[in-house]
Design a protein around this ligand. Sequence first.
Ligand SMILES: Cc1cc2nc3c(=O)[nH]c(=O)nc-3n(C[C@H](O)[C@H](O)[C@H](O)COP(=O)(O)OP(=O)(O)OC[C@H]3O[C@@H](n4cnc5c(N)ncnc54)[C@H](O)[C@@H]3O)c2cc1C
Length: 432
Amino acid sequence: MEDERVEVVIVGAGLAGLSAAYVLAQEGVDTVVVERGDYPGAKNVSGGRIYMHPIRHYFPELWEDAPLERHVTKETLTMMGENSSTSITLDSDRFREKPYHSYTILRSRFDRWFGEKVMEAGAFVLPKSRVDDLIMEDGRVAGIVMGEEDEIPADVVVAADGVLSLMAEKAGLRQAQEPEHFAVSVKEVIELSSKTIEDRFNLGTGEGAAQLFFGAVTQDMMGGGFLYTNIDSISLGLVVGIESLMEREPKIEVHELIEQFKARPEIRNLIADGDIVEYSAHVIPEGGINAMPKLYSDGILVVGEAAGFGLNMLLTVRGMEFAVASGVMAAETIKKAREKQDYSAASLAHYEKLVKDSFIFKDLHTFRDVLNVLENPRLFNYYPEAVCGIFEKLMWIDENPKAKISSTIIREGVSKFLNWSTIRDGLGMLRI
Ligand SMILES: Cc1cc2nc3c(=O)[nH]c(=O)nc-3n(C[C@H](O)[C@H](O)[C@H](O)COP(=O)(O)OP(=O)(O)OC[C@H]3O[C@@H](n4cnc5c(N)ncnc54)[C@H](O)[C@@H]3O)c2cc1C
């Protein structure tokens, strides 16, 4: 490729990069998106489910015919003990109201389509190209370097290169990270017919289920499992904190954990006769606001997961809507900077203001202590086991006279939940 100056280079064609590119292209800004995968989506991994309400207004025309999977009408949280599990399911008509609250999504399908829309809007998406470095001129970012020779000089670079952002690091915006700020995940996409999925999960046509699991599934380690129903497949996976994994004795590999997860009766009947059509592994940010890099410098902005915008709260996993919103905010900032032809840090600081005034920063701030709560090992062994134990006692009938429901709950509840550790944990939970 010849060295050709452009106004904006975006590194990474994930949701953050493509959202920024789409807005810029519509404005006629000369934009190139550089993606190392064979096509947008080829390297992207999400559970996943995307929450629409925070981002629908950004490009309403796009969402109309976007290749989203099922709208989620059923939410389940499952606490897993060694040999039992207890689930809470919310099946709400509110989730059936249009416009829908959230959709399951397959990124390989969605991002590829989004990449095409970005091209139609006028930006150029360059796949199969890894960015290795930044061009630095007088201490400011002035473009990107691919391999030994290829360079694209630009007025501004958008680092949308995901969780391990090399670009943020090269620009000196991010320090070396702690293992506790990351989790590792494995995910399988298991093909089943649409009818089988709707029958097994008791869903209406087009409706979807989302299920999160915690407890014995990660064998005392921080993390959990997830399951999402797509149109004709199920996304099933596990997330485990890297630090917990490193400290665990005896050692265990994440792929062994997912095999054990799939063998559990709660899962094996749901995926029976399905074919694995996709297997992927990925890193997830867990540091939240505490691990956020500086978001801008002279000639560069950092968006999406590259900026650490992810939030796992046990009940919900979020990141995609942050990626879309931050991409749009970066584009808005660039449009403003372009009017003044000023891409200095002072000019690009507007992006940080937009992020701080938005739901992204507000939610990350509200849940800034979530990692401390999630690091409590009792969450992954003691509590799920205790809940399953009490519930099992209530349900069990044998030849002996049965105790009153109230006395079973009081006896079991007091013995399991009224001690110093659990009181301390309860107080800790008040932080989130
Ligand atoms: C297992 C799992 C489950 C998840 N579940 C959910 C969920 O249910 N809901 C939710 O909202 N979020 C979920 N997330 C988080 C969500 O996937 C991310 O927040 C989101 O993908 C971030 O988008 P992004 O565009 O910032 O980064 P990415 O989607 O990671 O895109 C980054 C892009 O940059 C490219 N790239 C990287 N380095 C370079 C380079 N040097 N040169 C060129 N290209 C490069 C990559 O190939 C990739 O295409 C999940 C994540 C994982 C791993």
